[in-house]
Design a protein around this ligand. Structure first.
Ligand SMILES: O=C(O)CCC(=O)C(=O)O
Ligand SMILES: [Fe+2]
Length: 310
């Protein structure tokens, strides 16, 4: 018997076609992966992740330290540590770490079955808690998330692997509201003539290796780098946010994620913007390109095709 995803869900299509309802008992993990890789947003009206009422109340009472510098409160699973929060006491700090660690393990366990093909080589990245109201949030233009964009990490190169994000809206009363626009492939067709040509997309070592960086690496220090793929994606992320004509005139779909719902999406492919909402949890997973079920849809392969590198 093939494994099924065993949970019912909907898929919001971002290409203008209507949403699809999937009965988990009849669908296998490959089906869910295909929907995601085609640019669908998998939506659970009731989140599969559970928290006690007291944990929820604790999260809703948290403030964020230095909101200009820290975009969100982050949980780093490898270090089992939370950064960017304004907890007053050691007990509060420990409570936040415990709840974030629990969220991280719940999402990881769930996705191991639900998206089993990705679990072979994935890297579990940070989880985040987003306690700030997004509507009217003051940020630098390139950091604004109310402008449509595809995600790119400025400091952690992923070399063509994928950014998969899982959210829960834990706000007790208000929806979290997103717009989405075209997927990466359509956007690149439109803007190929206006953006820079990527460098060698197969290059996996960080570009711009300097003697200083090599030395830092040898000493085991963190050397933030970029690769031609990552620097192109960051360029494209900035280009979209800075393009006011695109922001104003592009086709948009509007999505409302109610309290206690969850959604999963490849944010390096689906252009998205958060318009309003306060209090969400999110787990990022880096999916290895070798585990994709539709590799031709990956941004790195779309780039190679468009720039005749294959
Ligand atoms: O917080 C959200 O709902 C999405 C924000 C976003 O676009 C991002 O973190 O990249
Ligand atoms: Fe984003």
């Amino acid at each position: 018997m093939t494994a099924t995803t065993s949970i019912d869900y909907q898929v919001f299509m971002t290409d203008g076609s209507s949403a699809v309802s999937v009965k988990g008992a009849q669908a296998d993990p490959d089906t869910a992966c295909q929907f995601l890789e085609k640019g669908g947003v998998i939506f659970f009206p009731e989140t599969p992740f559970k928290f006690s009422e007291s944990d929820k109340a604790f999260l809703l009472s948290q403030k964020q330290k230095d909101a200009d510098y820290h975009k969100n409160i982050a949980y780093r699973p490898k270090e089992d540590r939370v950064t960017g929060f304004g907890a007053q006491t050691n007990e509060e700090a420990e409570e936040l770490r415990r709840i974030m660690a629990d969220f991280h393990s719940q999402t990881t366990r769930f996705l191991q079955n639900f998206l089993a093909p990705y679990a072979r080589h994935w890297k579990i990245d940070y989880a985040s808690f987003r306690p700030i109201e997004e509507k009217g949030r003051k940020m630098r233009l390139r950091a604004r998330n109310d402008l449509l964009h595809v995600d790119s990490f400025p400091t952690r190169p992923i070399y063509g692997d994928r950014i998969l994000r899982t959210f829960i809206n834990i706000n007790p009363t208000d929806d979290r509201i997103w717009n989405t626009s075209e997927t990466f492939e359509k956007l690149l067709e439109t803007f190929q003539g206006s953006v820079k040509v990527p460098g060698n997309l197969d290059k996996v070592a960080p570009s711009g290796t300097s003697p200083l960086k090599s030395m830092a690496k040898m000493l085991g220090l963190k050397a933030n780098g970029s690769s031609p793929y990552d620097s192109w994606m960051l360029h494209f992320h900035n280009f979209l946010k800075e393009n006011s004509e695109f922001q104003e005139t592009c086709r948009k779909d509007n999505w409302q994620f109610p309290p206690n719902s969850s959604w999963i999406v490849f944010t390096d492919m689906v252009s998205h913007a958060v318009l309003s909402g306060q209090y969400a949890l999110e787990q990022t997973i880096i999916v290895d390109k070798q585990d994709l079920v539709l590799p031709e849809k990956a941004p790195i392969n779309i780039l190679k095709r468009m720039y005749n590198r294959v």
